[in-house]
Design a protein around this ligand. Structure first.
Ligand code: HEC
Length: 110
C-alpha cells in the first residue's frame, strides 16, 4: 500500500474514534447536583442568619417575634423545609439555594 492509499483509511479511523469518544462525553448531564442540595456551610450560614433571620429570632437566636432556635432539635433538612415553606407569620422562601442550605446547617448546629 502506498502512503496515498493509507490517507482515507487513517481519516476514517480518526473520525470513527472521535465520534465514539464524543458520544461518551456528556457535558450537560442532568445528574450534576443543583446548588440547593449542596452541603450547608455553618460559618456562611451564621452570616445569612444575621442578615435574614435575626430580626425575628434574635441576633443570638434566643428568640424574639419568632421562637428561640438555640438548642433546637430540628435537623438541617427540617429547618430547610420550614424556611422554604414558611411557618405561621414567618414568610416562605426568605432565603434560597446555597444560602438556605447554609442557614439550615447553622440553625441545626445551635
Ligand atoms: C418575620 C419574622 C421571621 C423571620 C424573618 C424569620 N422567622 Fe422563623 N419563625 C418566625 C415565627 C413567628 C415562627 C413561629 C411560627 C409558628 O410556629 O407559628 C418561626 C419559626 C421558625 C422555625 C421553627 C421553630 C420551631 O421550633 O418549630 C425555624 C426553624 C425558623 N423559624 C427558622 C428561621 C430562619 C432560618 C430564618 C431566616 C432565613 C427565619 N426563621 C426568619 C418568624 C420569623
Amino acid at each position: 500500500m502506498t502512503r496515498k492509499a493509507l490517507a482515507p483509511v487513517l481519516l476514517l479511523v480518526t473520525v470513527t474514534l472521535a465520534t465514539f469518544g464524543l458520544s461518551t462525553w456528556h457535558p450537560f448531564s442532568p445528574d450534576t447536583a443543583p446548588a440547593a442540595e449542596a452541603e450547608g456551610d455553618v460559618a456562611r450560614g451564621e452570616t445569612v442568619f444575621s442578615v435574614n433571620c435575626s430580626g425575628c429570632h434574635g441576633t443570638d437566636a434566643s428568640g424574639g417575634v419568632g421562637p428561640a432556635l438555640v438548642g433546637t432539635r430540628l435537623t438541617a433538612t427540617e429547618v430547610a423545609s420550614i424556611v422554604a415553606e414558611g411557618r405561621g407569620v414567618m414568610p416562605a422562601g426568605l432565603v434560597q439555594g446555597q444560602d438556605a442550605a447554609d442557614v439550615a446547617a447553622y440553625v441545626a448546629s445551635l
